[in-house]
Design a protein around this ligand. Structure first.
Ligand code: PMV
Length: 341
């Protein structure tokens, strides 16, 4: 049995929409910073049939709905297809017994699926190591098969999901541009509501193409925005990073809101928080920018220099919960837990 651990990432150039929905092959590149917490641990072992157990942060068992278990089953089927392509069809002979222990409060608005499926990918890498040695890039493909954003969290630091070309299962993969030691940035996560969103990203991605603004979004990312974001990170140019990341998040939500059905994830609380942080950074010249995924939660990305002030702002937001994370190392195998039953 192998145990792996992983955490979510903060998406700065957002992944939204696929060219192949079942295989989660994205239309455009995306980019994120891997976080150092909260973490998920997964135990995995070979098993004659698929068994999935999941435990909440308080240790109680989370009863998984059919849809959730089916997602693991579908992911494993696609992973087997991929392993067959790699010439290792028997690396997972039958199925797997999977135990997920999540320290991520559900509906926090940071993609827990990116942590769970990057963790699963890393655990699979360890499980099959004697039969086939997966590279980090191949492991990121396995993460992406479970959840597109998980293709990034397999790596630490600053990571792209490269969209690639064609319909091959491994045509899109995670690529690290700088590791977690390159630049320490903080993610102060302001959560206005703990109520779970109605339409998750798996159901949301297929709607992207119906927005009249979607093809412009894909063009902007592929021709300019992704490169601007990577260049800003490599140069540690926070001002440039602020500009491109805020441009991209507003663009993604514009696409979501003009899709059929329209997806309105942002709330009055979201706007109050983003307006407030813009006011604060303007008056105090603070390095901080905002970003939101498929929900009302606002992530405030800031530097060592501004983190105390941003933290103060975050905790002053009425009715909100606050979580804190910073640049992290990506998914890893926890060797010392490898024999825990
Ligand atoms: O990986 P998924 O299918 O949960 O999609 C993630 C979508 C966003 O969180 C909105 C953006 C992103 O790049 O993480």
């Amino acid at each position: 049995m192998i145990t792996a651990s992983s955490s979510p990432n903060s998406a700065w150039i957002k992944y939204w929409g696929n060219r192949n929905d079942p295989l989660r092959i994205p239309m455009a590149d995306s980019f994120s910073m891997s976080l150092d917490g909260p973490n998920v641990e997964i135990d995995i072992d070979h098993s004659p049939e698929l068994i999935v157990h999941s435990f909440n942060p308080d240790g109680t068992e989370k009863i998984l709905g059919e849809k959730h278990v089916a997602r693991f089953g579908k992911t494993l089927d696609n992973v087997k297809t991929y392993l067959t392509k790699l010439g290792a069809p028997d690396a997972i002979p039958a199925s797997c017994n999977i135990t997920v222990r999540s320290n991520i409060p559900s509906a926090v608005g940071i993609a827990s699926s990116s942590a769970v499926f990057s963790c699963l990918a890393k655990a699979i890498q360890g499980l099959i190591a004697e039969t086939y040695e997966l590279t980090e890039t191949q492991t990121s493909v396995i993460g992406r098969i479970g959840s597109g954003s998980a293709g990034r969290s397999v790596h630490g630091g600053f990571v792209a999901l490269v969209a690639g070309e064609g319909e091959e299962i491994d045509s899109a993969y995670g690529k690290q541009f700088a590791d977690e030691n390159h630049w320490t940035l903080h993610d102060i996560i302001v959560v206005p509501t703990m109520i779970e969103k109605k339409i998750g990203s798996t159901e949301g991605h297929p709607t992207a193409h119906s927005s009249p603004h979607y093809s412009d979004r894909v063009d902007a990312i592929m021709n300019r925005r992704q490169k601007e974001c990577i260049d800003a990170v490599l140069a540690k140019d926070f001002e440039k990073l602020t500009y491109v990341c805020e441009e991209d998040v507003l663009d993604m939500h514009m696409v979501m809101q003009t899709s059929t059905p329209a997806l309105h994830y942002l709330t009055n609380d979201t706007h109050r928080i983003t307006d407030g942080i813009i006011e604060l950074r303007t008056s105090e010249h603070l390095p901080v920018f905002y970003t939101m995924d498929a929900g009302p939660t606002v992530q405030l990305i800031c530097t060592d220099e501004s983190v105390d002030r941003v933290r103060e702002f975050a905790y002053a937001q009425e009715g909100c919960k606050v979580f804190e994370a910073k640049t992290g190392a990506g998914a890893k195998i926890i060797k010392e837990l490898a024999t825990v039953a």
